[in-house]
Write a protein that binds this ligand. Structure first.
Ligand code: ADP
Length: 497
C-alpha cells in the first residue's frame, strides 16, 4: 500500500482558531489555512463558543487548505482530526442543531459541582477510574451543570433526543453523520473508565448523565466514517482522531515508554508515554489515554503549567518591560544570571505538581542591583523551572527519568529558554523541523489506518531534527538554582491574601 497516492488533511480545531493543513508522506506541509472564531465570556470565569461557528470555520479552512495546497479533494486519501479537549457540545439528534453554546475547557462554572462531589467523598472513585481530578476543567461536570440548570434539556436527554460530544465528536457528526469519538477525547470527560476502556455507569450516575447522550468510542486510528459528498465534492474517509496534547505526543513520534514532549505555549503541557501501563500518580499528575491503535492502548502521564509563554505576554503588555516576545531572549542573554531574582508566575494559582488554586504570583530576592534584564531572565527561567517540576514528578511516578525532551509551541522560538531547560533538567531538549506537530500527529493517526504510512517506524523517519540543546551546567549550579526556585515557590504559597 506504500504507493497509495495523495495527501492527508489534518483538521486542528483549537481554542481560539480552526486550522487545516495538507501533509505529504514526508510530513511536509503543502498548504494550510486558519480562521479565528468568537470567544464568549457571558459571566466572570465562564467561556463559551458557538458550535456552528466552530463547524463553519473548520469547514472553510479545510476547503481553503486543499485549495492552497493546489490539490483536488479527490487527492486527499484521509482526514485526521485533533481538537481542543474537554469542551462540550450538546445537540438535537433529529435536527442536528446545538441546544446550547459549547462550554469551553477553561470555563469554571461547574466549580461548586466539583466541590459537592469532593465533599461526598467521590474524588477517589473518579480518580481511580478516570485518572483525572475532580476539576471543572474536565467535561463531565459541565454536562451535569447543563442538565441541572435546564430541566427541559434533561428531559429531552433522558428521552434519547440529545447527543453529547467533545469537539471532535461534533465535527465528526457534521462531517460524516456518525455519533462517535475516540478514546483520547473520551478519557478527558470524567465519564470514561480508562482501565476498562468504556463509559462508566457508576460515574454517569454520580454526574447525572444519561448514557443515551454518549457517542460510541473508537480507537484513535480507526474508521470514523466518510465525509458527506457535498462537503468537499468528494467523499473522504476520516481515519484519525486525538485530543490536541495526545496528537502532539504522537506527532513527535514519542512511541516508546519513557518518551516525553513538552508544548511551550500560553501554558505548558507535558506528556510522558508510559506504554501499556496506566500509571497512578503520587505526584498530582493526570493519568490519561495517549492513543489506542488496533487493540493496544497506550497510556500517558500528563502535567500542565498554567502560565508559561503568558508570563512573557505579561512583561510585554502589562509591565511594558519588553516590546516583543523575541526581545526577551536578547535581554536574558545580556546578563549572566537573574542576579538572585526568582519569579513565581502563579497568576492563576499553580498547576502540577502543586495544584494550588489560591497561590498568586511573586518576585523574590530583589536587591538594588536587579534590573529589567534580570527580571526578564527570571521570567523565562520560571517557565523552565515549572517544566522541570513536571518532569521530576513524572520521573518519580514512572520510576525512570526522561532521557530527551521533545519540544514544540510558540515559546520554543526562544533559544535561551530551550538551553536553560536543558541545563536545569540535565537532559537534551530537541526541536523538530516541522513546527505543526499537533496537526501532524492527527495526520499520522489517519494515515496509519488507511495504509498511507505502514508503521510507526515509517513515521519515525519523518522526525527531522531542527535544533538540539545539550545540558551545559554543573550539577552544583543546577541544584543551587532549583533549591532557590523551590524556596521561592514555598514562600509564594505561604502568602495568602
Ligand atoms: P497557544 O497555542 O497557547 O496560543 P503558541 O504555541 O502560539 O501558544 O505560543 C504563544 C506563546 O509563546 C505566547 O504566550 C508568547 O508569549 C510565547 N512566545 C512566543 N515567542 C516567544 C519568544 N521568542 N520568547 C518567549 N516566549 C515566546
Amino acid at each position: 500500500m506504500k504507493d497509495l497516492k495523495g495527501y492527508i488533511l489534518a483538521l486542528d480545531q483549537g481554542t481560539t482558531s480552526s486550522r487545516a493543513i495538507v501533509f505529504d508522506r514526508s510530513g511536509s506541509m503543502l498548504g494550510s489555512s486558519q480562521k479565528e472564531f468568537t470567544q464568549y465570556y457571558p459571566e466572570p470565569g465562564w467561556v463559551e463558543h458557538d458550535p456552528e461557528e466552530i463547524w463553519e470555520s473548520q469547514l472553510s479552512v479545510a476547503r481553503q487548505a486543499i485549495a492552497n495546497a493546489g490539490i483536488a479533494a479527490s487527492d486527499v486519501v484521509s482526514i485526521g482530526i485533533t481538537n481542543q479537549r474537554e469542551t462540550i457540545v450538546l445537540w438535537d439528534r433529529d435536527s442536528g442543531k446545538p441546544v446550547y453554546r459549547a462550554i469551553v475547557w477553561q470555563c469554571r462554572r461547574s466549580t461548586s459541582i466539583c466541590e459537592e462531589l469532593i465533599q461526598s467523598g467521590l474524588e477517589g472513585e473518579f480518580r481511580s477510574r478516570t485518572g483525572l481530578r475532580l476539576d471543572p476543567y474536565f467535561s463531565g461536570t459541565k454536562l451535569t451543570w447543563l442538565f441541572r440548570e435546564n430541566v427541559a434539556l434533561r428531559a429531552l436527554a433522558e428521552n434519547g433526543d440529545l447527543l453529547f460530544g467533545t469537539v471532535d465528536s461534533w465535527l465528526l457528526w457534521k462531517l460524516t453523520g456518525r455519533h462517535v469519538t475516540d478514546v483520547t477525547n473520551a478519557s478527558r470527560t470524567l465519564m470514561f473508565n480508562i482501565h476498562e476502556m468504556r463509559w462508566d455507569p457508576l460515574l454517569l450516575s454520580f454526574l447525572g448523565v444519561p448514557a443515551s447522550v454518549l457517542p460510541e468510542v473508537l480507537s484513535s486510528s480507526d474508521d470514523f466514517g466518510t465525509t458527506k459528498p457535498e462537503l468537499f465534492g468528494y467523499p473522504i474517509p476520516v481515519n484519525g482522531v486525538a485530543g490536541d496534547q495526545q496528537a502532539a505526543l504522537f506527532g513527535h513520534s514519542c512511541f516508546k515508554p519513557g518518551m516525553a514532549k513538552n508544548t511551550y505555549g500560553t501554558g505548558c503541557f507535558c506528556l510522558l508515554n508510559t506504554g501499556t501501563r496506566p500509571v497512578e500518580s503520587k505526584n498530582n499528575l493526570l493519568t490519561t489515554v495517549a492513543w489506542k491503535i488496533g487493540n493496544t492502548v497506550t497510556y500517558a502521564l500528563e502535567g500542565s503549567v498554567f502560565i508559561a509563554g503568558a508570563v512573557i505576554q505579561w512583561l510585554r503588555d502589562e509591565m511594558k518591560l519588553i516590546d516583543s516576545a523575541p526581545e526577551s531572549e536578547a535581554l536574558a542573554r545580556s546578563v549572566e544570571t537573574s542576579n538572585g531574582a526568582v519569579m513565581v508566575p502563579a497568576f492563576v494559582g499553580l498547576g502540577t505538581p502543586y495544584w494550588d488554586p489560591e497561590a498568586r504570583g511573586a518576585i523574590l530576592g530583589i536587591t538594588r542591583g536587579v534590573n529589567r534584564a534580570h527580571i526578564v531572565r527570571a521570567a523565562l527561567e520560571s517557565i523552565a523551572f515549572q517544566s522541570e517540576d513536571l518532569l521530576e514528578a513524572m520521573s518519580g511516578d514512572f520510576g525512570q527519568g526522561v532521557q530527551t525532551l521533545k519540544a514544540d509551541g510558540g515559546a520554543t522560538a526562544n533559544a535561551f529558554l530551550m538551553q536553560f531547560q536543558a541545563d536545569i533538567s540535565g537532559i537534551p531538549v530537541v526541536l523538530p523541523e516541522i513546527a505543526e506537530i499537533t496537526a501532524l500527529g492527527a495526520a499520522y493517526l489517519a494515515g496509519l489506518r488507511c495504509g498511507y504510512w505502514e508503521s510507526c517506524e515509517d513515521i519515525e523517519r519523518n522526525w527531522r531534527l531542527k535544533t538540539r540543546f545539550d545540558p551545559d551546567m554543573s550539577d552544583k549550579k543546577r541544584i543551587m538554582l532549583l533549591e532557590s526556585w523551590h524556596k521561592a515557590v514555598a514562600a509564594t504559597r505561604e502568602y495568602k491574601q
